[in-house]
Design a protein around this ligand. Sequence first.
Ligand code: GRF
Length: 220
Amino acid sequence: MASAGRQVPVYEERLMMKKRIACCLSGRGSNFKAILESVKAEEIRGEIVLVVSDNPEAKGLSFARMNGIRSEAIVREKGEPRPEYFERIIKRLEECTVDLICLAGFMKVLSGNIVSRYRNRIINIHPALLPSFPGEEAQRQAVEYGVKVSGCTVHFVDEGVDTGPIILQETVPVLDGDTEEILAARILKKEHELFPRAVKLFCSDRLTVEGRYVRVEDSG
Ligand code: GRF
């Protein structure tokens, strides 16, 4: 907090401002809900200004609407090239002057234009310990491979699929007899802690990307 009467330099003023967050989702949106709860509890220095879904039926979209958050279904038209589809999304993000984009179960691979426009400002949650088991059905891949430990990863998004610099990871055990569904539920609980923690760090300017490495200044 600036002390009374002191002139606050412009850069400090920006640092103190709440970050403007957009969430992109395709389905039930439980990670979005976890972030929203953390925003409401003022643990995150930010506000969710936009929710975008590629699926008009997404449960997360109606939940966002019920919470009075601007929410839009932006559907990819048949035959529409990916860059053009994402250009439409970029337009909305820019109109809402978004600082951070959270991919909370967004089932479309981003095209290069949005990744470069928001370099190191898009974060994704993946239900495995990357670089193991990228892509779809990560929990099934883990069960079938027979690993003893899995977990979740929050990472910045780059041009690859689940390849960007890792921000935080959390582990869960894989137990005898686990099915894909049982493991997914155990991981999801961790996701709901991990994603808001990463968003909180971003919004407090405590993440620095150095090549592949993300330095985390974690003061609790
Ligand atoms: C989560 O398992 C997340 O890791 C993955 O998609 C799922 C989304 O779940 N990227 P929800 O819609 O947040 O409940």
